[in-house]
Design a protein around this ligand. Structure first.
Ligand SMILES: Cc1cc2nc3c(=O)[nH]c(=O)nc-3n(C[C@H](O)[C@H](O)[C@H](O)COP(=O)(O)O)c2cc1C
Length: 356
């Protein structure tokens, strides 16, 4: 069994965070991940922007008339109930976009109230992950929630900002990763050790991690664990549609591309629309923004409906090229951790006992 500062801090079995992947919902994935001994993460942006009805909402047509606060509260109860028996540990992912300040506030409040009103949830809803925005204005409400604060940083500068805001853990997110990425490309192999040496906080690695070998590489570079997104999409229990999982299996290492997205660049699986978003980004973010936003909005809607067209948006990272199976979450976690153990056991053999 692996033991790191992450497993100790959270009381989980595997040093693995299942990434938040809004605006798609990840509640089924969070349940499976938490129950199998990883940190499960509920994505909140689809609930906040009302893009996707949560599983807990019995009448889907009630989406428009239910507040984002209530959507998240019912989702946290839903995940809490299904993870109670196994004692699963989970958290929420909340983007900090300045344009949606009020929604961010209500997502943090819902998490805080869920923890304060249910002692069982306070023990198991342990983490707020924030991303895609300035963390400084959010210190007070996040600290008041009592949850641990993990902040996603795509550069050393952003990591230092997270530390200054009072985050407990930094997630260093390299350019290989699926979904939103930084304007300036820094990949995990350089970003992770740079962040580890720049901050005085524990660091989780994200972007390109998908198996035991890559997990060990993160630990070797000073991380306490990894966050995986693309790898978790292609699991049996994941909330993502089958066609998305198939696209990940079909992709090779060149199967993703960075293009324009609403809050900056994002990494997509390659198809007609993402290649167009890539062209638009090359033209310049401002110049391509209007067309990009329109294409992304329509493409996300198509993916929510499970429609596989040239214009459907599928976020995904370079790691898609390394994924060839759709295991259950428990099988995935068991395989990643046991492969990591085998790699670690093999490594002492790299030290020569005597000079040649
Ligand atoms: C479909 C998808 C949606 C994502 N949405 C979010 C999000 O809402 N918030 C966030 O912090 N990161 C988001 N990400 C990034 C992931 O949380 C994670 O950091 C990333 O997937 C790690 O890289 P990997 O895909 O190589 O594992 C998303 C990634 C994907 C693939």
């Amino acid at each position: 069994m692996l033991r790191t500062e992450l497993t100790e801090m959270l009381g989980i079995q595997h040093p693995i965070v299942q990434a938040g992947m809004g605006p798609w919902n990840t509640e089924a994935l969070a349940v499976a991940s938490a129950n199998a001994g990883a940190l499960g993460i509920v994505s909140t942006s689809g609930l906040a922007y009302k893009m996707s009805p949560p599983t807990a909402l019995e009448k889907k047509e009630a989406l428009a008339s239910t507040s984002p606060y209530d959507l998240l509260r019912m989702t946290l109860d839903w995940v809490g109930e299904r993870t109670a028996e196994a004692g699963g540990i989970f958290g929420v992912n909340i983007p900090l976009a300045q344009e949606f300040r009020e929604l961010t506030e209500s997502m943090i409040q819902a998490t805080s109230d869920a923890r304060n009103e249910h002692s069982d949830l306070a023990d198991r809803l342990k983490v707020i992950v924030t991303a895609a925005g300035d963390p400084i204005p959010w210190t007070a409400p996040i600290k008041e929630s009592g949850a641990l604060w993990f902040h996603v940083a795509p550069s050393v500068k952003h990591a230092l900002k997270g530390q200054m805001a009072g985050a407990d853990v930094i997630i260093a997110s390299g350019r290989e990763g699926g979904g939103h990425v930084s304007f300036q490309p820094v990949h995990s192999m350089v970003l992770l050790p740079a962040v580890v040496s720049a901050v005085d906080l524990p660091v989780v690695a994200a972007g390109g991690f998908c198996d035991g070998g890559t997990l060990v590489s993160a630990l070797a570079m000073g991380a306490i664990g990894v966050q995986m997104g693309t790898r978790f999409i292609a699991t049996q229990e994941s909330d993502f549609v089958q066609v998305w999982k198939d696209k990940i299996l079909d992709a090779d290492e060149l199967g993703s591309v960075v293009g324009i997205s609403v809050f900056g660049p994002a990494r997509y699986l390659k198809n007609k629309v993402s290649l167009r978003l890539h062209e638009l980004l090359n033209r310049g973010f401002e110049a391509g923004y209007e067309e990009g936003l329109d294409l992304e909005g329509k493409g996300i809607q198509l993916s929510m409906e499970g429609k596989d067209t040239d214009m459907t948006i599928f976020f995904g990272g370079e790691a898609a090229g390394r994924i060839s199976e759709v295991p259950t979450v428990a099988e995935l976690l068991r395989d990643v951790s046991s492969e990591a153990e085998r790699v670690i056991e093999r490594l002492p053999g790299c030290i020569a006992s005597e000079s040649p």
